[in-house]
Design a protein around this ligand. Structure first.
Ligand code: ATP
Ligand code: MG
Length: 389
């Protein structure tokens, strides 16, 4: 079933005498019974013509030179793209030029895999020029056309293939697989952002573990530092991409970890998490609540719990989990912001400048060690001061 919003856009194109089909991932996922997350329409209307047709809709020119317009209909983003073919790919990542073409066949034949090249509209039904439905049923990832040529054009397809294999649990067809192996060196031409996003999506795929094992030769091109052979416990970790990435690099020297997170252009926030997790994973487990509070003070609760999961792959972590639960259920504190006094209170007491921070840290330290209660009266006593009001 097509959402009304998407149907309305197809109808609008048809009423204006243009062809319009749903294509790509939404059909693949619909046939697999997987929930859909976006819709793509392909049409013979040019970007200019689309703009005219959709002038009353909320539109975003997301890739005008490539012929893509995103229409937001009933809050559903629908990407509408003009039938196109792509010229030479001299850099293995971008077509030198995009040519708009008159027919659907040419548009479908530039797509990556047979399972991604189905087209559909309610009038004509399913259009399957490359046996995509058969491959979908046999759970096969197969390139359209000659795999070598397709990977030479855009090497990202190699990683997309691995990602779909992990995500859908599909096998990579033999000829496609051979070409991936042969041309894996082309991955060096890709932008790190594109590589990173595919790797992160691969890692949370339901068969990520199998793909890591079977395709390590390819993955090593982008992550030569990682000992993929030893990464056999991915399935025991939560399906969170960043955490799983941390698992891949956890035991590498700190400088190597930093080089990788920099090379992969992770955001500062992501880098901080990856560094915190992999640094703590190298430390012995906290032996008491105070040591655990020091960990918690230094990073997020989520990161600490993830380190326990990582450590739990090798050692018994029940004791430290108990300590953690105790801290949480007692609402014991380990952050400055949770103290009942703040900088302003200390200013009123006559402290100045850097003294304020130093005193706050001393207070927190005493509270974390259970030597001081976190209430104003006790804290003022601890400081040897009387509150002014
Ligand atoms: P998902 O959205 O789940 O990642 P998808 O197949 O929809 O999967 P998109 O990146 O949204 O992937 O692309 C939509 C369609 O565009 C694909 O189904 C495919 O037909 C085509 N496509 C995307 N990237 C490429 C590529 N690098 N080479 C060839 N065709 C591509
Ligand atoms: Mg998609």
């Amino acid at each position: 079933t097509i959402p009304n919003a998407v149907q309305a856009l197809l109808d609008l194109l048809n009423e204006n005498n243009y062809l319009a089909y749903l294509v790509g991932g939404c059909l693949r996922d619909a046939l697999l019974g997987i929930p859909l997350h976006d819709y793509d329409i392909t049409t013979d209307a040019t970007p200019m013509q689309m703009k005219e047709i959709f002038k009353n809709e909320r539109c975003f020119a997301t890739g005008e030179t490539h012929g893509t317009l995103t229409v937001l209909k009933d809050n559903l983003p629908v990407e509408i793209t003009t039938f196109r073919s792509e010229g030479n790919y001299s850099d293995h990542r971008h077509p030198d030029k995009v040519t708009f073409v008159r027919n659907l066949k040419e548009d479908l034949s530039r797509r990556d895999f047979t399972i991604n090249a189905l087209a559909y509209n309610p009038k004509e039904g399913l259009i399957d020029l490359f046996n995509g439905e058969k491959d979908l049923k046999s759970h096969l990832i197969r390139c359209i056309g000659k795999p070598e040529e397709r990977f030479e054009e855009d090497a990202l397809r190699i990683l997309r293939g691995l990602r779909f294999s992990a995500q859908l649990g599909f096998t990579i067809e033999e000829e496609t697989k051979q070409a991936m192996l042969e041309l894996k060196g082309l991955l060096n031409y890709l932008s790190m952002e594109r590589i990173r996003e595919e790797i992160l999506r691969l890692l949370v795929g339901k068969q990520a573990q199998r793909v890591i094992k079977e395709e390590k030769e390819i993955l090593k091109v982008v992550l030569p530092e990682v000992n993929f052979e030893q990464k056999t416990e991915l399935d025991k970790l939560p399906q969170e991409a960043l955490f799983r990435f941390a698992y891949l690099i956890e035991e590498l020297p700190k400088e190597t970890v930093r080089k990788i997170t920099y090379r992969f252009k992770f955001s500062n926030e992501q880098r901080d998490s990856l560094h915190d997790i992999t640094d703590l994973a190298k430390e012995p487990l906290p032996r008491n609540k105070y040591e655990l509070k020091l960990w918690l003070r230094g990073t997020s609760e989520k990161n600490v719990q993830f380190v326990f999961l990582l450590k739990g792959l090798k050692t018994n972590v029940s004791k430290v989990n108990e300590l953690y639960n105790e801290i949480m259920s007692n609402q014991e504190i380990y952050r400055l912001k949770d103290l009942t006094v703040d900088g302003k209170d200390l200013l009123k007491l006559g402290y100045e400048g850097p003294q304020i921070g130093e005193e706050l840290n001393k207070i927190l330290e005493a509270v974390m060690r259970d030597k001081l209660n976190n209430d104003k009266k006790s804290i003022y006593q601890f400081l040897g001061k009387e509150p002014s009001c």
